[in-house]
Design a binder for this molecule. Sequence first.
Ligand code: MEV
Length: 314
Amino acid sequence: KESKIGKAHGKIILMGEHAVVYGEPSIALPFPAVEMLATVRENEGPLRIDCSYYHGIADEMPEILQSLKKAIKVALDSLDKPYENLSISIESAIPPERGMGSSAAVAVAVTRAIYQYYQTELSHEKLLELVSIAERIAHGNPSGLDAITTSGSSPVYYRKGHDFVPFDLQMDAYLVVGDTGVTGQTKEAVQSIADRIQQEDQPISLNKIHTLGSLADHARTFLEKNDAVSLGKTMDHAHQLLVELGVSNKELDTLVKAAKKAGALGAKLTGGGRGGCMIALVANEADTFALQKTLREAGAVATWVTSLKKEESR
Ligand code: MEV
C-alpha cells in the first residue's frame, strides 16, 4: 500500500483562551507558518510510532504520547482497522507545548493520514469528533477550539457547544508571536482555574471569565471596524485578567511588558499559558522587525509575524 500524509498547522488564540472552556466566546486564527505532517506507511508487525519531535518532553509529560496513541487508536477503531501493520511518523515545526495547538494538530494530522491511507472520506465534522476524543486525554476538558483552528483555514469565532463561525480578517495590523521557550502546562492551568472556581464562595473567577468572553466579543467588533488601537486595549485587559486567574508566568509577563514598552498596541499570553507563547499587536509592518528584536532580547527563543489582513505569516 502507498504511504500517505496528513497535515495540520499551528493556531493562535487572539482572545478567549480558558474562558472558552466555560462557554464564553473566543477568537482564534490558523497559523500556517508552522506545520505538522503525519506519514502513514505499511509495516509488518506491531504499530510503530516515530515522533522524535516529542523527545525529552514525552518523558516529563507522558500524557502527550498517550494522547497521540489515543488519536491513532480512535481513528483506526472508527475505521474498524487493527492497531498494527502500520508505521506512523510525525514531523513538526510547531513548537510542542507552547500554546500553539501542537497536541490538537498531531491528532488532526494522524487522523487525516490514517483516513487517507485507508482511502476513506473524512468530513470536517467527523475529524473534529475524533480529535476531541484524543484531546480529552491531553487537556482533560478541551473546548474544541484548538482542533477547529489547527485543521481549518479560516479565523473563527467560537463558543463551545455552538457551530464555529469562520470570518475574514481585514485589519491593517500585525501580530508578533514570541515563544518564552518554557513548556506550557495547559492541563494544569485549565485545572487550576477549575479549582479556584470551586474554592471561592464569591463568583470572583467566574466574573473574570465572563469578562474575558465579553472582551472577545468586543475584539470581534474592533476587527470588523479595523480599529487596532481598541483591539490592543482589549488584549491588554485580557492579559491582566489571565494573570489574575493565575495562568500567566514570569517569562510571559516579561515578554508582554517588553512588547508594551516597545510601543505595541496590546500584548497578551496566547493559549494555555504558564509558559508557551505571547502575542503583541502592531499597526505597521516596519514595527514588527524591531518588536521581534525586543522580544528576543527580553528572552523569547523564537518569534513569528502574522498579518491580520489575510493569511500571510512568516
Ligand atoms: C488551549 O490552547 C486553549 C484553552 O482555552 C483550552 C481549551 O480551549 O481547550 C486553554
